[in-house]
Design a protein. Structure first.
Length: 65
């Protein structure tokens, strides 16, 4: 064997963080920070979640008015 495989497959931590956030109510930067620490996300994954939060907020604003 050429090494130990990762404990969590690539992308699985992000999927778990996304699912956890979905159950927490409205996304906030603080919740995303907590998810990043809880699921050991990379800075790129955390930035992706922040971008999704901003995208969702824009969608809420356009649908309410």
């Amino acid at each position: 064997m050429t090494g130990t495989p990762p404990l969590v497959p690539k992308g699985e931590a992000l999927r778990r963080a996304f699912a956890w956030l979905a159950g927490q109510g409205p996304w906030t930067p603080g919740r995303i920070d907590e998810a990043s620490r809880r699921f050991d996300l990379s800075p790129d994954d955390e930035e992706f979640l922040l971008a999704e939060m901003r995208r969702m907020r824009r969608g809420d604003e356009s649908s309410s008015g």
